[in-house]
Design a protein. Structure first.
Length: 114
């Protein structure tokens, strides 16, 4: 009987942990991000609204090793027009909201900064 309670407790604890992680991902706070634009793609979504995807190189460090990670930055709605002006090699500095998409982090741009 005690063994069954322990298993139920472990399952409940795991479910709470998964729910907490999912909530953190959904409620991610905007951050200021800066990096070098590697490429820019303009497209339209299934509703015909334009959007821009800029791939930006972000400097990261893991266990003391520095590297550059290529991360998508998405410009939707009114910000899509601002994203169209970006070119490869430019420095992107913005306020963006991180999100998970297909298992990778991407950012939705909220505002470009000077």
């Amino acid at each position: 009987m005690n063994h069954r309670r322990l298993i139920n407790f472990a399952i409940s604890l795991a479910m709470v942990f998964v729910l907490a992680i999912a909530t953190l991902a959904i409620c991610a706070e905007p951050v200021i991000v800066s990096g070098t634009v590697q490429s820019v793609t303009q497209a339209t979504d299934k509703n015909g609204s334009p959007y821009v995807r800029a791939i930006v190189g972000l400097e990261k460090k893991l266990s003391g090793v520095s590297y550059t990670d290529s991360v998508p930055f998405m410009f939707f709605g009114p910000s899509a027009q601002q994203g169209e002006s970006l070119e490869a090699g430019a420095v992107l500095k913005c306020i963006a909201k991180p999100r998970e998409y297909q298992g990778r982090t991407s950012y939705t741009v909220l505002k470009l900064l000077e």
